[in-house]
Design a protein around this ligand. Structure first.
Ligand code: RP5
Length: 162
């Protein structure tokens, strides 16, 4: 039995409301995944253990989400060769600009693929993980293509009142 292909890691349980959007997309595509709270600041040793063991456990992509001084995705990326996608959580005080800048501004050499702030970023991180997996999985590629078609039809069928 293959294990999870995608790991969704978030800095706090308070991030789950946002990161549920990533979970829902991966469920929809039938991608095996796991989700956990691991904080770069409050539980740094556990982040190291997770990142360094992820590839050996068969994971293919890690999504790291945090708010404020959002170092989680970068710290994960520093300790694995797997692609790491970063989701900046919308913080209360600075509306996620702090999270965005601290996730996206990585030093050259250690990339984090950073998505938008909040729920759109969570959803897109999962879709990007699906796209990465789809490069070597034709069934998943077909599902992604169908998803895009449905989305396009819905946009073109939109009715405006007035
Ligand atoms: C970050 O601090 C978390 O990712 C979260 O977005 C933020 C606030 O965490 P809590 O104080 O709600 O646990 O590390």
């Amino acid at each position: 039995m293959p294990g999870p292909a995608v790991g969704i890691i978030m800095g706090s349980a308070s991030d789950w409301d946002t990161m549920k959007e990533a979970h829902k997309i991966l469920e929809e595509f039938g991608v095996e995944h796991e989700y956990r709270v691991l904080s770069a600041h409050r539980a740094p040793a556990a982040v190291t253990e997770y990142a360094s063991g992820a590839e050996g456990r068969g994971l293919k992509v890690i999504i790291g989400a945090a708010g404020g001084a959002a170092h989680l995705a970068g710290v994960l990326a520093a300790q694995t060769l797997l692609p790491v996608l970063g989701v900046p959580i919308e913080s209360q005080s600075l509306k996620g600009m702090d999270s965005l800048l601290s996730t996206v501004q990585m030093p050259g050499g250690i990339p984090v693929g950073t998505l938008a702030i909040g729920k759109a970023g969570a959803k897109n991180a999962a879709l990007l993980a699906v796209a990465i997996l789809a490069t070597s999985n034709p069934d998943l590629r077909d599902k992604l293509s169908a998803y895009r078609e449905v989305q396009t039809k819905a946009v073109l069928a939109a009715k405006l009142e007035g």
